[in-house]
Design a binder for this molecule. Structure first.
Ligand SMILES: Cc1cc2nc3c(=O)[nH]c(=O)nc-3n(C[C@H](O)[C@H](O)[C@H](O)COP(=O)(O)OP(=O)(O)OC[C@H]3O[C@@H](n4cnc5c(N)ncnc54)[C@H](O)[C@@H]3O)c2cc1C
Length: 474
């Protein structure tokens, strides 16, 4: 059946149903706005379908197997058998449960869902082309539009993703049969997380990175334990090499990488995963029609209310400036919806946590000591090692530390860095502390459950004050 072009109107049109767009749509619905959410692929976007959730499911599943097989110290002798097909099926079920939940929540909040690809067709109009042959298109007239089209993986020239030999992160996470060997190009957080999964599944992993260290942007004492542990898992790091070309060879491929002098090295492998970063998706939006153009990073510039240069158009998430993180996208979505509803909302990026789900995990929020100093603060720094934490030792993970950075004068907490068990969970307390304007005294005065990893946050704060109990003070 051919469906003709129909025309509808809405107060708020949201383009893209990732953690930016679907959250914006739900919040707008809660605020009583008439809202239409257009998605061309899958509810939940990159995060739920191809990113955060599938990667974390695979990280956990491979970690369960790895931990069970490496617990001799605790008197546990096991040789877990991993059925990768079943593991991947479980991961897919988790994804399905969550994406189904997103759809239901949208509907329950009165969000009108439309499947199709949207592009601007004028100052107050979107044209939505429905997927599939002869499915037609429709025009949506809006009062406000929120662009939440997210990002896609960057391709290295010569390494076009074919899903067979050259994979992106989405394709790597969808594999249900793992190769014997794999080259991973890029030692950023996505490359490092997936390399860890692969290594724990017994894949022979070589990470090729142009720079001379992994996880650039994280302080050395946070990244080092992760690289060291990755090496213990058998991951081979080849720093200072840029992926140059690849060719089929026998049953596998050869990846050629070059150093800065043009000296090349070949790596024989089964497949190559290219994880060198992501770029915003604006090319399909016909931004010209609304008078917008991306900045030099390809992003749509916004102000502290997520508003673009066009009064009634907002941009949120990976397509807008700032860190490409799901929770940052969601917060921007909430703020955009509230601003449209006339609430006095604004964005504050002081306390955006970030986590790397490697083994051990890394998590950060706010300022490092160096950044605090550069901003004119005199930082008071407290650090507590997990080797002194009762709970960390009872989980067999005594590596790493919690570091808290505060302003020496006022005691206000400015930032924190954690490497170690459950860093991604522990950082939330310190994000809250920054958000509330809490001081070292406030965190130190809070009674923390014993024995828990969170006690390390309290002890690090006490350390900055010079009176930690379970470590020597400065
Ligand atoms: C492997 C991997 C792991 C990750 N892990 C984490 C993590 O642990 N924590 C974290 O915070 N972040 C993580 N991220 C990043 C996170 O996924 C993104 O920051 C987040 O998804 C951005 O949300 P968004 O709503 O801006 O965009 P997206 O989630 O990319 O959603 C955009 C949506 O817009 C749709 N769309 C695009 N163009 C159109 C159009 N013209 N019309 C209609 N629909 C359109 C797309 O189909 C997509 O569904 C990870 C990413 C990857 C790839």
């Amino acid at each position: 059946m051919v469906v003709g072009d129909v025309s509808t109107g809405t107060e708020v049109a949201v383009v893209g149903a990732g953690p930016g767009g679907y959250v914006a749509a739900i919040r707008a619905g809660q605020l009583g706005l008439d809202v239409t959410l257009v998605e061309k692929d899958a509810y939940g976007g990159t995060c739920l379908n191809y990113g955060c959730i599938p990667s974390k499911a695979m990280i956990t599943a491979t970690d369960v197997a790895h931990s069970a097989g490496n617990a001799e110290e605790m008197g546990v002798y096991a040789d877990p058998e991993v059925d990768v097909g079943e593991m991947v099926a479980w991961k897919d079920e988790v994804v399905e449960q969550l994406t189904g939940g997103v759809e239901q929540l949208c509907k329950a909040n009165g969000v009108n869902l439309i499947e199709g690809r949207a592009e601007f067709a004028g100052n107050d109009k979107l044209r939505v082309v429905h997927g599939g042959d002869g499915q037609g298109s429709e025009t949506i007239t809006y009062e406000h539009c929120i662009v939440a089209t997210g990002s896609k993986p960057i391709e290295v020239p010569g390494f076009e993703f074919d899903g067979e030999h050259v994979l992106n992160s989405r394709q790597a996470l969808a594999m249900d049969d793992y190769p014997e060997s794999m080259v991973v190009v890029g030692a950023g957080y996505i490359g490092m997380e997936i390399s860890t999964v692969l290594a724990k599944l017994g894949v022979d992993v070589t990470v090729v990175e142009m720079l001379d260290e992994a996880l650039v942007g994280y302080e050395d004492d946070l990244a080092r334990p992760v690289t060291q542990h990755a090496e213990e898992l058998g991951i081979d790091f080849e720093f200072g090499l840029a992926a140059d070309s690849w060719a089929e060879s026998g049953d596998g491929i050869v990846v050629t990488a070059a150093d800065e002098d043009g000296e090349t090295t070949d790596f024989e492998t089964d497949k190559v995963l290219v994880a060198v970063g992501r770029q915003p998706v604006t090319d399909t939006l016909n931004l010209d029609a609304v008078g917008l153009e991306p900045n030099e990073d390809g992003r749509i510039e916004t102000d502290d209310q997520a508003r673009t240069d066009v009064e009634n158009v907002f941009a949120i998430g990976d397509v807008a400036p700032g860190p490409m993180l799901a929770h940052k996208a969601s917060k921007e979505g909430e703020v955009a919806a509230e601003v449209i509803a006339g609430e006095p909302a604004a964005l504050d990026y002081q306390a955006v946590p970030a986590a790397v789900f490697t083994d051990p995990e890394i998590a950060t929020v706010g300022l490092t000591a160096d950044a605090a100093e550069a901003q004119g603060f005199e930082p008071a720094v407290g650090k507590f090692p997990f080797s002194a934490s009762g709970r960390a030792l009872t989980t067999g993970e005594g590596e790493g530390f919690v570091r808290v950075v505060a302003d020496e004068d006022s005691g206000f907490i400015l930032g924190a860095q954690i490497v170690g068990p459950e860093a991604s969970e522990l950082i939330a307390e310190l994000a809250l502390a920054i958000e509330l304007g809490a001081t070292l005294e406030d965190v130190a005065a809070t009674i923390h459950t014993h024995p828990t990893l969170a006690e390390a946050v309290k002890e690090a704060s006490e350390h900055a004050l010079g009176h930690a109990i379970h470590t020597l003070n400065r």
